[in-house]
Write a protein that binds this ligand. Structure first.
Ligand SMILES: [Zn+2]
Length: 271
């Protein structure tokens, strides 16, 4: 699909970025992003992908808006407390950018729906609040070879990485044992979840458009109480139960490619 004159005007300030251009904008328009969780993180990720002109958003989150969600959920309005949150997210985003397609699915990620969700998407952004949904999404992204932006937070701390199955550590490589994760056990400021969400949306935009360098194979850790940022290189486990076979397949293909190249080099030397 090509860009309309209206879209060219709407996105002109990002199209003028070096390395973005109309090619980047067209790539965004032709992409589908799956966002699991529509809270302080997922809602803000969805907002920035929407204003950037992603072609289609699939928003997945069961449950209603609670009053204690309202300190961070920027797509919600006070009169919507008690109602299903994905529908309000869709309504708000459609008003902000009517050029994009939005599918709102009022469900949690389960083993029954995860494969069909991931297959429809070009990229997934994991903003779920529990490790069950995170693991299901990670497994499915590895299975269907789809990139996944991983976000997590705990109080004033935030974590971000981008996973390419077989090429970078997956979520299971990074967290082979699940941390104790109490949904109600930590406080959260909207500005903290929003900061992490903006970086996650930026990662997705970089991957889709080829703009600059995404955070591949690195875990960005942020302590926002002190504004300390660090990058770590998590272990990529070749025997990971989730991504190990895909990693070994990638290595075998790389070796085979090198050997073919070597044989061709030798052949050209002979003649
Ligand atoms: Zn892994």
């Amino acid at each position: 699909m090509v860009l309309t004159p209206q879209e060219l005007e709407r996105y002109s300030r990002q199209i003028m970025l070096p390395g973005f251009g109309e090619e980047g904008q067209t790539a965004l328009k032709n992409s589908t992003a799956l966002v699991t969780g529509v809270g302080g993180l997922g809602g803000t990720v969805a907002l920035y992908l929407a204003v950037a002109g992603i072609g289609k958003l699939i928003l997945v989150r069961g449950g209603e808006v609670r009053l204690d969600d309202m300190n961070r959920q920027i797509l919600m309005t006070d009169d919507w407390v008690g109602k299903p949150r994905v529908h309000k997210a869709k309504e708000t985003l459609a008003k902000i950018n009517p050029h994009i397609e939005i599918e709102a699915i009022p469900e949690y990620v389960t083993s029954q729906n995860v494969d069909s969700l991931v297959k429809q998407a070009d990229i997934a952004i994991d903003c779920a609040f529990n490790f069950e949904e995170r693991d299901l999404l990670n497994d499915a992204c590895v299975r269907w070879n789809k990139p996944m932006v991983e976000t997590a937070m705990n109080g004033m701390e935030a974590y971000l990485t981008t996973i390419i199955p077989g090429k970078t550590p997956c979520l299971s490589c990074i967290f082979p044992e699940k941390p104790q994760w109490d949904r109600w056990g930590f406080g959260v400021l909207g500005a903290v979840s929003g900061t992490l969400a903006c970086l996650a949306a930026l990662e997705a935009i970089k991957l889709i458009t080829g703009l600059d360098k995404p955070l591949l194979g690195q875990l960005l850790t942020m302590d926002l109480s002190r504004l300390e940022f660090a990058k770590r290189r998590p272990y990529h486990d070749p025997d990971c139960p989730v991504c190990g076979s895909r990693t070994k397949q990638g290595i075998a293909e790389a070796i085979a490619f090198l050997e073919i190249t070597k044989e061709e080099d030798l052949a050209s030397m002979r003649y």
